[in-house]
Design a protein around this ligand. Sequence first.
Ligand code: HEC
Length: 407
Amino acid sequence: MFEFAVFWDWMAFAVRWLHVITAIAWIGSSFYFIALDLGLNRNIPGPADGEEWQVHGGGFYHIQKYLVAPERMPDHLTWFKWESYATWLSGAGLLMIVYWVGGELYLIDAEKADLALWQGIAISAVSLTVGWLIYDFLCKSGLGERPTLLMVLLFVLLVAMGWGYNQIFTGRAMMLHLGAFTATIMTANVFFIIMPNQRIVVDDLKNGRTPDPKYGKIAKLRSTHNNYLTLPVVFLMLSNHYPLAFATEYNWIIAALVFLMGVTIRHYFNTHHARAGDPTWTWLVTALLFIAIMWLSTAPMYKPLEEAEAQPLTPYEQKFAAAEGFEEAHDVVLGRCSMCHAREPVWEGIQWAPKGVLLETEGDIARNAKQIYLQSGVSHAMPPANVTYMEPEDREAIIRWFRNVGS
Ligand code: HEC
């Protein structure tokens, strides 16, 4: 019917689809509540802390906020947590599909660290867990009383993680793991801190006890961190489609600047929604940071061709280089793909290898075997609009070569 490589690529798409949808739901509801909370009208009589009238989809909504809780707990209470959990779970699934199962290609960079795949996977998994433990420890130490210093330390921790990932993983994997690390902190904040504290408060109220206000305060601190981390996470998750962002040696500095942009952009909207003015200077700072990022991305991305050609092949790559039909497939790729997918592309209008996919040396071709097969053998996605006139025999040559090794 169809083979594993095709099935697996579709799995990756399905899980990515799910992940994007759950993330939209999570970020959407969290932005909604932040804006709602900041914009509440607080000059109202009665026990409520604030209220707001809203109109949406043909109906009017009258929302009231109770700081601790209303006098009587309602029978039905809607919680917001599965948006976050589902985003993390689907994201973890996608990370495993792309960077663990596809680790030979996307995770391990033999030039940076000589790791076996299982070692790379272990580092990937352990670092995400340990990162959360360090962050949680910092929050629970006395630093919780000094939120600004805590934020600075959190920034230092994130930059250090980015630098560390870049020492061992590919550029794409570094950006993505830093995003996953940050998103893990955010979901763990919901799961381990915000939700349990909320439950204690609800429980106290149901049993007629006065809840300790410290629970609300702790939750608020974590919630503020989540607020500032949201935008950078989305950037880091998308960055692996943009070689300019990840395929430079300064990618970890780019990531650091992105975290700062997350703060400046959120600061504008937080202030605006609180009707406390419009700090437009934040846009200027954001623009300057973005210009700095663009400039950093122009550092040479790839090793010169001669060096790349001399690079030894890993055993996995050797399988494809040694397979029957390699010569033929190699000729096809050189003839139909290399003009764009080169360290210095010669195709008019293409400045750098699209998506960071290099198809010049034997190693390049062996390393990208599955992608070549999927993009130009099974599907006709490449070359775009068949601009280099790939013949049906060319595609057959690629399919034959790939199938000689198997998926
Ligand atoms: C005219 C230039 C050009 C040629 C020739 C070309 N490509 Fe591409 N390739 C691109 C562009 C542009 C993209 C990025 C497409 C996008 O953004 O979705 C791309 C993306 C890719 C990707 C990454 C796909 C992804 O979504 O990750 C692969 C793999 C690829 N090409 C393989 C090939 C192969 C194999 C050939 C030859 C059979 C080829 N390309 C020929 C321009 C080209």
